[in-house]
Design a protein around this ligand. Structure first.
Ligand code: NAD
Length: 499
C-alpha cells in the first residue's frame, strides 16, 4: 500500500476528497513513495473559508503575543531539525546537510518576523496643523495565499508564511506537489506552538487549487515562487482579480571572473554554486564568464578534474556532493539540454549523462556536466536548465562580461570575483540584476535584508523577507485627527490647509 498524504485544515490533517492524486517519488530509487491529494475547487474554497473565520481573532491578538507563537515554533523546529531534514531529503533528493540549510534559511526569516512588534510600528506627526495630528498604522490584509516550488520545500513556505502570519494575516499555503511532507509537518508544529486552528492551512494540489486561490475574492494577496511562465501567469491572473501579487521566477545566474581573481577560490565557488543541490537552486551559478583567454584556459584546467570527480550519492549519504534530481521528467529535461548544447556547437568537456549509481539504477541521478565555448544567446545560455550543468561563456573584456548578465532576460543573482575594489564597485552599481555577490557566489541576502530578482525573474513590487515583506503583507491606513475645542464655532467651507 502506498501511503496517502493529506491536506492540513483547521489544525489537523484532512484527507483529500477530490479523487485526484499526484505521485511523490523517492528520487533515490525512482519508486513512488506516497500519493498526494490534489485539491479541487470545493476543498480549496473550504480551506479559504476556514482561514477567513480564524483570521479575525488572530489579527486581534497583540503583535507580541503573535510573535511568541513564532518563537515557540523556532524551538520546536530546531528540536526536530534532524527528522525534518531526513523527510525533506527523502522527497526532494538533496543531501541531509543541504536539507538542513534549507530549513535553517527558513527559520532565519521566522526569527526576523518575530520582531514584528517593532516592525509594525506606524508613523506619527504631531501638530501637522493647528490641533491636527497624523498617524499611520499597518493593518493585515486578511487571508493571503502562498504558492511555492519544489526546490526549497521548507525555506520558501517559511519565507512567506512567517511575515504574513506575524502581521496578523491567515495564510493558505499551496506547496509543491513534488515534496509536500515538510510543509505539512511545519504546519503541525505551528499549531503545537500555539497558532490558532485555521490561521495556517495547507492545501495540496495543482492547477485547480491554484486557480481557485487566484480567483477567490477572499484571498487578498498571493506570493508565488516557481518557474517564469507560471510566475507570469500567477501575476497577471491575481492582478486581474484585484489581488496584490509578488511572483518570483526562474534564473540564469552568471559569475564573472576577472583576470586578477584567485582561481582556486573561483573553482571552489563554482563547484559549490554550480553543482550543489544538483543545480536545482534559483541562485545556482549556471554560467561562468572568465574575462580574457588566459583566465578562461586556466579556469578550464582547474574545473575539469573537479567536475569529473564530483561525488554523487543518495540523499542520505552525508559524504555526497549532491543527490538525484527531483523527478524523471527533470532528469530527462536536463539530459535533453545537454544534447541541445552539443547540437549548438558548445564543447562538452565533462558529460554527466553516463553516470549511474550502483544499487540505485532507477534513481534520478546524473553526473556533473561542463560546457566550454557556449555562445551568448544560444539556448543553453538563454534558458534555465535547472540541473548540474555549468556553461562557460568566454568574454574578451570586462565590458563584454558586464553585458552578458545585464542583457539576459533573467535577472536573479550575479557574482563577480576580483581583487580590485573599483571593478567590484563599478560592476555592483551597473549590472542589471537584483542580487549581486562580490567574491560571494550565491548572494542570497540574509533574512533582515530582502530577496528578489529583476526582469523576468520577478513580477510585481516588493521583495521577499526583510522590511519589504512587512509592507507586502499589510496595508497602510493614515489617520488625520483633530480634537477641536470650539467645534460649535461654525463650519469651514474651504479645503483645509496646514496654515
Ligand atoms: P513550477 O513553476 O513548476 O511550480 C511552482 C508552483 O506552481 C508549484 O506549487 C506548482 O504546483 C504550481 N504550478 C505549476 N504549474 C502550474 C500551472 N500551470 N498553473 C498553476 N500553478 C502551477 O516550479 P518548480 O519546478 O516547482 O520550481 C523550480 C522553479 O522555481 C525554477 O524555475 C526556479 O528557478 C524557480 N525558483 C525561483 C526562485 C526565486 O526566488 N526566484 C526560488 C526558487 C525556485
Amino acid at each position: 500500500m502506498i501511503p496517502e498524504l493529506t491536506h492540513f485544515i483547521h489544525g489537523r490533517r484532512v484527507p483529500g476528497t477530490s479523487g485526484d492524486f499526484g505521485d511523490v517519488f523517492d528520487p533515490n530509487t525512482g519508486a513512488v513513495q506516497a500519493r498526494v491529494p490534489l485539491a479541487g475547487r470545493a476543498e480549496t474554497e473550504a480551506a479559504i473559508a476556514d482561514a477567513e473565520e480564524a483570521q479575525l481573532e488572530w489579527a486581534a491578538w497583540n503583535p507580541q503575543r503573535r510573535a511568541r507563537v513564532l518563537l515557540r515554533f523556532l524551538d520546536l523546529a530546531q528540536r526536530e531539525m534532524d527528522s525534518l531534514a531526513r523527510l525533506l531529503a527523502s522527497e526532494h533528493g538533496k543531501t541531509i546537510p543541504d536539507a538542513k540549510g534549507d530549513i535553517q534559511r527558513g527559520l532565519e526569516v521566522v526569527e526576523f518576523a518575530a520582531g514584528v512588534p517593532h516592525l509594525l510600528k506606524g508613523e506619527f506627526t504631531d501638530a501637522a496643523g493647528t490641533g491636527i495630528d497624523v498617524h499611520s498604522l499597518r493593518q493585515p490584509l486578511g487571508v493571503v495565499a502562498g504558492i511555492t516550488p519544489f526546490n526549497f520545500p521548507a525555506m520558501i513556505p517559511l519565507w512567506k508564511a512567517a511575515p504574513a502570519l506575524a502581521c496578523g494575516n491567515a495564510f493558505v499555503l499551496k506547496p509543491s506537489e513534488r515534496d509536500p511532507s515538510v510543509p505539512l509537518r511545519l504546519a503541525e508544529l505551528f499549531i503545537e506552538a500555539g497558532l490558532p486552528a485555521g490561521v495556517l492551512n495547507v492545501v495540496n494540489g495543482g492547477k485547480e487549487a491554484v486557480d481557485t486561490l487566484l480567483t477567490d475574492p477572499r484571498i487578498a494577496a498571493v506570493g508565488f515562487v516557481g518557474s517564469t511562465p507560471i510566475a507570469e501567469y500567477i501575476y497577471s491572473t491575481a492582478a486581474a482579480h484585484g489581488k496584490r501579487a509578488q511572483c518570483f521566477g526562474g534564473a540564469k545566474n552568471h559569475m564573472v571572473i576577472m583576470p586578477d581573481a584567485d582561481l582556486d577560490q573561483v573553482a571552489d565557488a563554482l563547484i559549490g554554486a554550480g553543482y550543489g543541490s544538483a543545480g536545482e537552486r534559483c541562485m545556482a551559478i549556471s554560467v561562468a564568464v572568465p574575462v580574457g583567454e588566459e583566465t578562461a584556459e586556466a579556469l578550464v584546467e582547474k574545473l575539469m578534474p573537479r567536475v569529473a570527480a564530483l561525488r554523487i550519492g543518495p540523499s542520505h549519504d552525508e559524504t555526497a556532493d549532491f543527490g538525484p534530481l527531483v523527478t524523471r521528467d527533470a532528469l530527462n529535461r536536463v539530459r535533453d539540454y545537454i544534447q541541445i548544447g552539443v547540437d549548438e556547437g558548445a564543447k562538452l568537456l565533462v558529460d554527466g549523462r553516463d553516470f549511474t549509481l550502483p544499487g540505485y539504477e532507477d534513481g534520478f541521478f546524473i553526473g556533473g556536466s561542463l560546457f566550454d565555448h557556449v555562445k551568448p544567446g544560444s539556448r543553453i545560455h538563454r534558458e534555465e536548465i535547472f540541473g548540474p550543468v555549468l556553461s562557460i561563456v568566454r568574454a574578451a573584456n570586462y565590458e563584454e562580461a558586464l553585458r552578458l548578465p545585464s542583457e539576459h532576460e533573467f535577472g536573479n543573482g550575479v557574482a563577480i570575483f576580483t581583487r580590485d575594489g573599483d571593478t567590484a564597485r563599478d560592476f555592483s552599481r551597473r549590472v542589471n540584476t537584483g542580487m549581486v555577490g562580490v567574491n560571494v557566489p550565491i548572494p542570497v541576502p540574509i533574512a533582515y535584508h530582502t530577496f528578489g530578482g529583476w526582469k523576468r525573474s520577478g513580477f510585481g513590487d516588493l521583495n521577499q523577507h526583510g522590511p519589504d515583506s512587512i509592507r507586502f503583507y499589510t496595508k497602510t491606513k493614515t489617520v488625520t485627527s483633530r480634537w477641536p475645542s470650539g467645534v460649535k464655532e461654525g463650519a469651514s467651507f474651504v479645503i483645509p490647509t496646514m496654515s
